[in-house]
Design a protein around this ligand. Structure first.
Ligand code: AMP
Length: 188
């Protein structure tokens, strides 16, 4: 598998796993959260828009996110292999991604979905909050992000399951254990 997407609720370890998985497949790591954070730090126009939503644990509007991803997927380093991390997160984004990939003559080989029980998720995020310095890592915002994930993003699992490309991976355990489970699926 060379063209992948990794999903999981906030705190599932998606970001950590994405970094090693992108290097396993030798592909471009496309993290919408990272791109937004870079724009916020750089105080770009996009960053100013994104910050308002991110700080409240809300999703950045689809039209803003879709345009940014379209631009990124059209860059040269994405041709052979890529890992989408944190996109798509809404059904509208799923449809846009389908269109972008169809235009490029490309498609997804697989979707890796990490599963972790919800109390463990909150605990992990509160631990991360102590060291991350992320302005969206407060308890109220964390809980809000979980709610939005459940309503907006969890339905995407059904879409990809129906397409037969969903691989649900147990996200409990050490990063190494989870990484080994992912590699076993991707290298199959
Ligand atoms: P992440 O690092 O993936 O947890 O993303 C951090 C924040 O960036 C999210 O809470 C959203 O505010 C925003 N964000 C990242 N990806 C998306 C997306 N696909 N759609 C909308 N907002 C996003």
């Amino acid at each position: 598998m060379k063209r992948l997407l990794i999903m999981g609720p906030p705190g599932a370890g998606k970001g950590t796993q994405a970094i090693s998985l992108a290097s396993t497949i030798n592909g471009a790591h496309i993290s919408t959260g990272d791109i937004f954070r870079a724009n916020v730090s750089g105080e770009t126009e996009l960053g100013k828009i994104a910050k308002r939503f991110m700080d409240n644990g809300e999703y950045v509007p689809d039209e803003v996110t879709n345009a940014m991803v379209k631009d990124r997927l059209n860059q040269d380093d994405v041709k052979e292999a890529f890992l989408l991390d944190g996109y798509p997160r809404t059904l509208d984004q799923v449809h846009t991604l389908d269109e972008i990939l169809a235009e490029l003559g490309s498609s997804l080989d697989g979707v890796i979905a990490l599963t972790v029980d919800s109390e463990e998720l909150i605990e992990r995020l509160l631990e991360r909050a102590k060291v991350s310095g992320r302005t969206d890592d407060t308890e109220v915002v964390i809980r809000h992000r979980q709610t939005i994930y459940t309503s907006e993003t969890a339905p995407l699992l059904d879409v990809y399951r129906e397409r037969g490309i969903l691989h649900e991976i147990d996200g409990m355990g050490t990063p190494e254990e989870v990484g080994a489970r992912i590699s076993a699926v991707v290298n199959r």
